[in-house]
Design a binder for this molecule. Structure first.
Ligand SMILES: [Fe+2]
Length: 149
């Protein structure tokens, strides 16, 4: 839950970085991703409350808000997503070893979302590499309808 709230704030920080660099379309995409992360956190809370666990919302992790380039920002968030995938996989392992099949089912859905989410960021990064740092082209790509980042 904390990880998802931190991710939401991190995506917002990157969206603001993009906006300040004049990359409005990228900013818009990253605000959407921030909303998705917040939704994940709320889903986890709902799941825990529904099963009678006590839930307390606390602080979040460290946020990076300065980057050397859009590419650097996206590489940063991709590394973070890979770390998150590792942690969700670990949760799945714990649920299975604990014979908690409801938790495992919930975590599997989270993991499926995570894989899709990471794939979107990877595609964006591939596009950024392909544009050789042409910021206008990168932003134009992010604004296209078929792009799901
Ligand atoms: Fe998430």
């Amino acid at each position: 839950m904390t990880d998802e709230f931190t991710a939401a704030q991190q995506y917002t920080a990157i969206a603001v970085y993009f906006d300040s660099a004049g990359l409005g379309q990228l900013a818009r995409r990253f605000h959407t991703l921030a909303d998705i992360e917040r939704h994940h956190a709320l889903g986890i809370i709902e799941f825990l409350l529904g099963r009678g666990y006590p839930v307390q919302v606390g602080g979040i992790g460290e946020i990076a808000s300065t980057f050397t380039s859009p590419q650097n920002a996206v590489e940063f968030i991709l590394r973070r997503e890979h770390d998150t995938t590792g942690r969700i996989t670990q949760l799945s392992r714990l649920a299975r070893f604990g014979d908690d099949y409801l938790a495992d089912r919930f975590v599997q859905a989270l993991l499926a979302d995570q894989v899709e989410h990471t794939a979107r960021v990877m595609t964006l990064l591939t596009e950024i590499y392909a544009t050789n740092g042409d910021l206008a082209e990168i932003d134009d790509y992010a604004g296209r309808d078929y792009v799901r980042v």
